[in-house]
Design a binder for this molecule. Structure first.
Ligand code: MCF
Ligand code: ZN
Length: 334
């Protein structure tokens, strides 16, 4: 691959659909807040200053430990700015971020509104200053259970609008079932929110089928293990379901041993709506730019592959049509 093509791909305007806000926090940002607030974060960082985790379950607990320093709406405003600076540096022009009332006010609706207001203000400033548009997906956490998810869904439904555009679920896929959260998803759907859930990352194809049938989502977070059942892959194509694929995350957490083993190219070739995101970029030592460059080097993709990824992502974005038109013109301005 020649240097010019790499530079072109690295600097393409990008659309990112799968980004956890706390998981996108630069480690130095979290360390700074820990010092300010005198919070002991022993075990969260490695000696070199990066996040420390051994495996997926450990990752989830380190993630939750790091969020202890994020205690006020103002902390989330600062976090939003720090995250959007990183997005802008990678050429991201539109991102959707997972935000959780669990961490923002303990699922209390009044507190949630204050956190949301702070994040929205920070995002509006970043949009003016850095040219990156952000929207929020209210996210319940699977291993916190269905009751907390219901409280989260109430926060989502009450604040649904032109900034809160979706409802999602992350967390430990090995616990419980998608259908345990059907009530929450019904509430979110009735509030007009777009729907996504993490599935087919740790469990196999049945989990993706459950997400489609029990939660009636339009998008799946990860969904990569769908490749293990080609009739499911056909169903994803027929139903036009979009996968939010995070290749670097999957390799770092050990879903695949290397990017060469990753099914993203096969899924794309079979006609699945494939998009690329970073998930929790500093945890996985990645950025959107790195993701693109690693894909080029591994699969020898052309510029057209990447313009298609971004178009697919924009088509599947949960934003309103006015926003979609604005972002479309940014994608075409290259
Ligand atoms: O996608 C990765 C790995 N798979 C599942 N869940 C998560 C990932 N990154 C963050 N999460 C979860 C985690 O439980 O999302 C929550 C975290 O607490 C935050 S949502 C604002
Ligand atoms: Zn995720």
């Amino acid at each position: 691959m020649d240097e010019d093509t790499l530079a072109t791909i690295g600097s393409l305007p990008k659309v990112e659909l799968h980004l956890h806000i706390e998981g996108a926090a630069p480690p130095q940002f979290i360390r700074g807040l820990a010092q300010e607030k005198r919070v002991d974060l022993t075990g969260v960082f490695q000696e070199d200053g990066s996040y420390a985790f051994r495996d997926f379950v450990h990752f989830l607990s380190v993630y939750e430990a790091a969020t202890q320093v994020l205690q006020t709406p103002e902390d989330y405003a600062r976090l939003t700015t720090a995250v959007l600076e990183e997005c802008a540096a990678s050429g991201v022009v539109y991102a959707e971020t997972f935000i959780s009332p669990d961490f923002c006010g303990g699922r209390d609706l009044g507190a949630w509104r204050e956190y949301l207001h702070a994040m929205q203000e920070a995002a509006a400033t970043a949009e003016r200053q850095m040219g990156v548009t952000l929207r929020g997906i209210v996210t319940c956490i699977r291993h916190f259970g269905p009751e907390k998810a219901r409280q989260t869904a109430i926060c989502a439904a009450e604040t649904a609008g032109d900034w809160i555009v979706g409802f999602g679920m992350g967390g430990d896929e090995n616990q419980g079932h998608q259908k345990d959260f059907a009530y929450s998803y019904d509430m979110a759907r009735e509030a007009g929110l777009g729907l996504t859930t993490h599935a087919g990352e740790w469990r196999g194809p049945q989990e993706v089928r459950d997400a489609i049938n029990d939660l009636r989502v339009q998008r799946i977070g990860h969904g990569v293990r769908s490749i293990e059942d080609l009739s499911l892959v056909d169903e994803l194509v027929e139903k036009g379901i979009t996968l939010e694929i995070c290749p670097g995350s999957n390799v770092t957490l050990g879903v695949y041993t290397s990017l060469h083993q990753h099914p993203i190219a096969k899924l794309m070739d079979r006609g699945v709506k494939v998009t690329v995101s970073t998930d929790d970029p500093p945890f996985f030592h990645t950025t959107m730019r790195d993701e693109y460059l690693n894909l080029v080097k591994t699969f020898d993709w052309s510029v057209e592959h990447f313009t298609k990824l971004n178009q697919t992502a924009l088509n599947a974005a949960f934003c309103d049509e006015t926003t979609r038109t604005v972002i479309q013109s940014r994608l075409e301005a290259t």
